[in-house]
Design a protein around this ligand. Structure first.
Ligand code: SAM
Ligand code: SF4
Length: 319
């Protein structure tokens, strides 16, 4: 499916739960977000029906995210069932990694292609300050298990925040080199629902890259598959670095994705003010043709570019 600006939309990100076992300061308030009632959340049957319809209009890649996707009971079965849908070529996941140690092998067996693990600090105290939980060691074990399970290339997502983790940039790069990882630096985005002083946190990826280049030689990877990250190989190593800069380098003109929330709202753009209720259509037994038409209309509402002021927070829409 191509939208009105000629962008091919082939990637669906599904938030499978609004719940999370961490409370990252930039994503959720300490007490968590208002929990959705169980019957507000799409069932597996409903998710699968919608993914089949999406596959019919050209979606071939699905990312499962959240909240924390691994806290949803039955997640392994969901991976397997989505992987078996005609037209879906890859199922991937973004996780905070806390539960990965026990899940990595099962995810691989279920057909998960790749995994992105969020990790904002390698220092136990800083990790706890950012996530409000003392679970750094669990995440590090999860990264090891994922590599061992063959979920390669394992990608690490780090939101870079001034005065929180900028002093660890070289530690991240060293760990990427030692473990042959792709480490992706994400610019902090000021999104809704977060109770921290946001304006002091932002630092551009340009500055981070400049700092890294003082010590390492970065070679651009021209044929990198990612549409949103600028990816570089660290010369003489097997590690890669990616820079995702939604605020300073908008990638809207290349954007190929839409998002679906755990309660079945379709969100055409990360910074969208608007969402569109698919659950209502599914639950009122609308035909696949009607739902397909509706999805096409929503995709055609995808804005040309974002305005940098999202009102929905990441845990709801599946970052
Ligand atoms: N719980 C999983 C995790 O943390 O990987 C999946 C959901 S989380 C919302 C997805 C990604 O969004 C994470 O990499 C997280 O760091 C990122 N994220 C959340 N809030 C953000 C913000 N305000 N700015 C930039 N990235 C953010
Ligand atoms: Fe949970 Fe992920 Fe949000 Fe952190 S970023 S609170 S792990 S959903």
């Amino acid at each position: 499916m191509t939208d009105r600006y000629g962008r091919k939309i082939d990637y669906l990100r599904i938030s499978v739960t609004d719940l999370c076992n961490l409370r990252c300061t930039y994503c959720m308030p300490e007490k968590g977000v208002d929990k959705l009632n169980h019957d507000e959340i799409l069932s597996f049957e409903e998710i699968l029906r919608l993914v089949e319809i999406f596959a019919d209009i050209g979606i071939n890649k699905v990312r499962l995210t959240g909240g924390e996707p691994l806290v949803r009971p039955g997640i392994i079965d969901l991976v397997e069932m989505i992987n078996n849908i005609n037209g879906i070529e890859s199922v991937v996941m973004t996780t905070n990694g806390v539960l990965l140690k026990d899940y990595a092998d099962k995810l691989k067996e279920a057909g998960l292609k790749r995994i992105n693990i969020s990790l904002d600090s390698l220092d136990r105290k800083t990790y706890k300050k950012i996530t409000r939980f003392d679970k750094l060691n669990k995440v590090l074990s999860g990264i090891k298990s994922s590599r061992r399970a063959g979920l390669n290339p394992v990608k690490i997502n780090t939101v870079v925040m001034k005065n929180f983790n900028t002093d660890e940039i070289y530690d991240f790069v060293d760990m990427a080199i030692r473990n042959k990882l792709e480490w992706r630096f994400i610019e902090f985005m000021p999104l809704g629902g977060v109770h921290i002083v946001q304006k002091d946190l932002f630092i551009s990826n340009k500055k981070i890259k400049r700092k890294i280049e003082k010590k390492y030689d970065l070679k651009p990877i021209k044929d990198a598959k990612s549409l949103v990250a600028n990816v570089f190989r660290i010369k003489g190593t097997e590690a890669k670095l990616g820079f995702i800069s939604p605020l300073t380098h908008k990638f809207c003109h290349k954007c190929n994705r839409v998002r679906m929330t755990a309660d079945g709202n379709l969100i055409p753009c990360l910074m969208s003010e608007e969402s569109f209720n698919l659950k209502k259509l599914v639950r009122s037994n609308e035909s696949n043709i009607k739902i397909k038409e509706y999805i096409n209309q929503v995709i055609n509402k995808k804005p040309k570019e974002h305005n940098s002021r999202g009102s929905i927070n990441m845990s709801k829409m599946g970052g």
